[in-house]
Design a protein around this ligand. Structure first.
Ligand code: 13P
Length: 251
């Protein structure tokens, strides 16, 4: 049985003061959650504060990016060691906003994924097609290239620590959710690619999140699909009650 995982990607939102208020709310709202892993991914500037606040809870900490390098002259980057010191467990890698605005390629995402796994951080690896890809019938080709590229050379054993997030770009922040059926089709397709890459057992154990306008109102239907193992939440993760509503929908 794959344990569902619901992660809040706060993106470039929440000052430290605002993060404190949100986490205080989440601690109350998520106090009785069982059977679902809840993860919060604040901006780097709030990681330390959030880490301290959730230390005595079941809520896990994630970051939104990580350098592929260990240390040195990489202005603006943040290393695995800096994150681990703050008890970060998960790192979101290859988010579509990083692919689009910062030109991150599968090659670089793969380097980061390998570094994270080598250092015992769990990557949440994002893939997803744009609207033009879907309309041109290229969803599977685009997603397959991203999966094979960003997860190249990862062993079956390492896959135990990997989470994949399928986020159709056209559904992010638009209020347009993929239907449960559309999402399920792509999740099943992704699991098939992983089976081809590293075997059925690793594929069956892999958690695949859906992301893109997931809300309390649509979360239960999405997460009831056989290959949807949780959510990566943007806008709805910025409010304690709505994030908790999604986590609860996974129970
Ligand atoms: P929204 O939930 O705001 O659509 O964002 C999804 C997302 O990009 C999470 O990483």
């Amino acid at each position: 049985m794959r344990k569902k995982i619901v992660a809040g990607n706060w993106k470039m939102n929440k000052t430290v003061g605002e993060a404190v208020a949100l986490v205080e709310g989440l601690k109350l709202e998520l106090a009785n959650v069982v059977g679902v892993e809840a993860v919060v991914c604040p901006p780097f500037t709030a990681l330390k504060t959030v880490s301290d606040l959730i230390a005595d809870t079941e809520i896990k900490l994630g970051s939104q990016n990580m350098s592929s390098e260990d240390d040195g002259a990489y202005t603006g980057e943040v290393s695995h060691g800096m994150l681990k010191e703050l008890f970060v467990k998960y790192v979101i890698l290859g988010h579509s906003e990083r692919r689009e605005y910062y030109k991150e390629t599968d090659y670089w995402i793969n380097k980061k994924v390998k570094k994270a796994l080598e250092k015992n951080l769990r990557p949440i690896v994002c893939v997803g097609e744009k609207l033009e890809d879907r309309e041109a019938g290229k969803t599977e080709a685009v997603v397959e290239a991203q999966v094979r590229g960003s997860l190249a050379d990862i062993t079956a054993e390492q896959f135990e620590d990997v989470v994949v997030a399928y986020e159709p770009v056209w559904a992010i922040g638009t209020g347009k959710t993929a239907t449960a059926e559309q999402a399920q089709d792509v999740h099943k397709f992704i699991r098939g690619i992983i089976a081809d890459m590293v075997g059925q057992e690793a594929a069956d154990g892999l958690r695949i999140q859906y992301g893109g306008s997931m809300k309390p109102a649509n979360a239960a239907e999405l997460m009831s699909q056989p290959d949807i193992d949780g959510g990566l939440i943007g806008g709805a993760a910025l409010d304690a009650a709505s994030f908790a509503g999604i986590v609860n929908a996974g129970m």
